[in-house]
Design a protein. Structure first.
Length: 194
């Protein structure tokens, strides 16, 4: 049974530079695939020494089977039958980040939203822009607390709470990196309620 295949969209030449198929139809031959829709009856592999490649059909062609296997390796098939491409090369936020840490950090940020006059600043207020030098000085102060608490010297720490000092370090690190990335990407026009 003849199979209709769009030779160009399959990109066979890209997969196999040594493979040049001859597409035979009742009216004309097409060398190498030029995008027309053809009924493939047999293939011709002039550069293949193995004669099993010569004049094969789409069902028996070893190179076509190899292409199908390569394509299937790039697809995930779920038990439900749904199919998606693989996660290769994609950022795995769910795996990289800790839910416990994010929740504790959000609690820290919420706690410190209240200002001296009793009002609450917006949660993204820090993104309005704080000098990197300010972040660095604050980061050092909180790191010293973390270091002292780690060494068993809570009486020398400004804030003798290890979770608080770690969250404060995380805030300053995130803020410093945020400003650095803004400068790198020239994205100073971010929409932040300031």
């Amino acid at each position: 049974m003849e199979t209709l295949i769009d030779a160009w969209s399959q990109g066979w030449d890209n997969y196999h530079p040594q493979w040049r198929c001859k597409y035979l139809t009742s009216s004309r031959n097409c060398e190498g695939g030029r995008g027309e829709l053809h009924a493939i009856t047999n293939c011709f592999h002039p550069q293949q020494k193995d004669q099993s490649y010569w004049n094969c059909t789409p069902e028996t062609c070893p190179l076509m089977q190899q292409m199908k296997e390569e394509d299937m390796a790039k697809v995930r098939i779920f038990d439900t039958g749904a199919a998606r491409d693989t996660e290769d090369g994609k950022l795995d936020y769910e795996g990289f980040l800790s839910g416990r840490v994010l929740k504790r950090y959000a609690e820290y940020m919420h706690k410190h939203r209240t200002q001296a006059d009793g009002t609450q600043r917006d949660s993204d207020n820090w993104q309005c822009g704080i000098p990197r030098s300010a972040y660095m000085k604050s980061k050092w102060r909180h790191f010293m607390d973390t270091f002292l608490l780690h060494r068993g010297l809570p009486h020398l720490a400004t804030v003798p709470d290890l979770e608080e000092s770690l969250c404060a370090e995380l805030f300053n690190t995130m803020g410093y990196l945020h400003e650095l990335l803004k400068e790198r990407d020239d994205e100073n026009d971010e929409t932040v309620s300031c």
